[in-house]
Design a protein around this ligand. Sequence first.
Ligand SMILES: [Zn+2]
Length: 461
Amino acid sequence: MRRRDFCTTAIGGILTMSSTSELLARRAFSPFAIRGVYFHDGFAAEPKSSAPLYWDFEAWKREIDWLKACGINTIEFATMLEFNRLPRTELEHKKIKDKLRILEYAHKKDMKFGYLLTNTVLSTVPDNEEPGNQLGNRAKNLCPQEPGNFEKTIAVPKFYMETFREADFFEEFAADWGGCECGRCGVPQFMQYVQVLAERLAELNPKATLYADTWCISFWGKEPMAQGWKGVFDHEISGTREVIQSLAKMPPNVGLALPCHHLYRPLALKEYGGKAKTPLFPTRDDLQTLRQAKRPVLAWPHFVMDDDAYRPAVWGLVHSEVRYIQDLLRTLQRAGIDRVVGNLYLPLLQISNTFAYGRLLWNPDEKPEQILREFAKLIAHKEDVDRLTDVLLWLENHSYWQEQMPEDGRLPLLPSTLDRKSASAQARQIRANEHLALPLPIKPKAWLQELGKSIEKMHWA
Ligand SMILES: [Zn+2]
């Protein structure tokens, strides 16, 4: 079962700038319409309470209240790797029950709920055992062209679609997990899942959209890594275009979700030899084709707000990527894409990025320094706001995202005079704010401790 390093790069050089200044002016003041967060709740972490894999409904409720306060209006879940089967254990039934309560709660708060569906993957966890941490890797992909496998595998996403039928949208995720590398399968087999699920959705919930998400579309092909990551990203362009072409034959409720790797992800930019050499995708023509076909487009960028357990250097650390989140959102805005779903793995640690993402979804031109100061006011005692702002500026300038970025993709640094030693010393002196202005999902004092620990672990800075 492949579960590599993929999750992350995307649309390299969109730049379908609007031709009229009037349109640009209007867009400059329009918030994104879908301002979403995708929760990945498949990894274990320490302490257990920090990992969504173990959260109960009350923990989710605190997180959703926080997102709402940040201006985020959409949440999305998926069936995690080992859970891809019809539910067998009490744990699986409880998780589904909690998610249904979350769906209802989100709707009560006037937020949208999305659910990401899979295709060829099936859990190999024994029936009487609970699925869990996805690093256990207990799942396999079945070729849908082998007799009986399509029926066997589509039963799982269908079950989840029927269960969450009140969702506002679904995504059918190409791969990672899922896909088929047998050599005979390709985009047409992926689209077979999309079509069947879209037809079912039209019966269950005619208002809902199903996005075909081309994340890891290259894993619908033989040896996707034969030409390394560059080959994977090249195939993401050709495979996505094949999906775009086949949308004409799809039911009208099908849209397109784009990983956008060529636009923002260091892994992709590096593979192409720098930002300047990274191909533009999607292009103005790609997006024009989609607009003319009246197919909604959702951007599904990943890893910039929070990275996963496959990069141990940053797993479990507080991140600050305000400049890169801003740059990505500006690029999407210029391309005319106003639906975006970012991601969180350990949401309690990433409250600063979540706050910044919320602010930038409303106004991508807000200054990063200003956003970090506003966040510092939430967390620090009023006499320590300057101190925390300085530490956050240092953290932002030394982010791992930036560390991985090729030279020509790096954004200008923010003004900061600290080094790692002084940032670490200063972080330890900050007193917490006792008067909460927003419903934070973690106590400021606890978050400040995590910040201090993170700085000590940033060995590259
Ligand atoms: Zn196959």
